[in-house]
Design a protein around this ligand. Structure first.
Ligand SMILES: NC(=O)c1ccc[n+]([C@@H]2O[C@H](COP(=O)([O-])OP(=O)(O)OC[C@H]3O[C@@H](n4cnc5c(N)ncnc54)[C@H](OP(=O)(O)O)[C@@H]3O)[C@@H](O)[C@H]2O)c1
Length: 251
């Protein structure tokens, strides 16, 4: 699929995987909607870079807030009149055993990683259905395929994203594609910058959108299967020993 002039909304594109994905899509000629929640300056930087390549848009978006989702979609439709691709990327993590997690930390992970992603999907559907065309890429995780101690709530949300995706595959009309892209450990703020370069993950997201990579029958695209650097490619969340070493929070 040619991404030129496609309208691409990426949640959580102020930094990390979302940032690199925004830059790659812009390079392909897409109009990217960069969204930030707390990191205004980082969002502005990404917007400036993308806007140099093609007309882009910077929007504040808190996916835990229904009004914010509504405002964001309205702004995109006012500006571009369509949404062709949604990358549901925004996410948070709490690296703690469950007994140490506060209610606030549990709620934030579920509200962002799962409920926010579901509500974003619902919000774009009327526009994609109207044009009977669209792609939704949900960012799940290696921790959405296997459970890891120290990541209990996070794993719960990421498994649920894959369940949601599998059910949506059956519910959506043929013109609208949906899948889960599952990165392994990636070097962003979320992992204290340990793991695969987020640019490499962004390349897989881009290839998925271009339909150069097809998801498997369950809707999964496992990033580590398209390995680039053998040293870090197996640093999926599965590298538990290494994970403990890096984060040192598991007792
Ligand atoms: N890093 C990894 O090892 C890894 C592995 C597998 C899957 N993933 C998944 O990949 C996605 C991106 O993670 P990352 O590693 O790039 O993390 P990151 O660098 O911490 O970036 C997270 C992004 O999500 C945004 N965000 C957080 N809460 C939000 C909210 N309530 N509303 C809207 N945006 C919100 C942040 O925006 P602000 O900064 O503007 O607040 C930021 O842009 C996440 O879904 C994560 O679970 C990451």
């Amino acid at each position: 699929m040619d991404l030129k002039d496609k309208i691409v909304l990426i949640t959580g594109s102020s930094q990390g995987i979302g940032r690199e994905t925004a830059l790659l899509f812009a390079k392909e000629g897409a109009h990217v909607i960069i969204t930030y929640n707390l990191s205004v300056k980082k969002g502005e930087e990404v917007f400036k870079e993308c806007n140099k390549m093609n007309k882009s848009l910077l929007v504040h978006l808190d996916i835990t807030d229904e009004e914010s989702i509504k405002n964001c979609i309205e702004k995109v439709i006012d500006e571009f009149g369509a949404i062709d691709i949604l990358v549901n990327n925004a996410g948070v993590i709490s690296w703690k055993n469950l007994i140490e997690q506060s209610n606030k930390e549990i709620d934030l992970q579920i509200d962002t990683n799962l409920k926010g992603l579901i509500k974003m999907t619902r919000a774009v559907l009327p526009f994609m259905k109207g044009q009977n065309d669209g792609i939704i890429i949900n960012i799940s995780s290696g921790a959405g395929k296997k459970g890891y101690s120290g990541l209990t709530t996070y794993c719960g949300t990421k498994f649920a994203v894959r369940g949601f995706t599998q059910a949506m595959i059956q519910e959506l009309p043929k013109g609208i594609k949906i899948c889960s892209v599952n990165p392994g450990m990636t070097a962003t703020q979320m992992t204290n910058f340990q793991g695969v370069n987020p640019k490499k993950v962004a390349e897989i997201i881009l290839k998925t959108a271009k339909e150069e990579i097809k998801s498997d029958s369950l809707g999964d695209v496992d990033v580590w299967k398209f390995s680039f650097d053998s040293k870090v490619s197996d640093a999926v969340f599965g590298a538990k020993k290494k994970f403990r070493g890096i984060f040192g929070k598991e007792k």
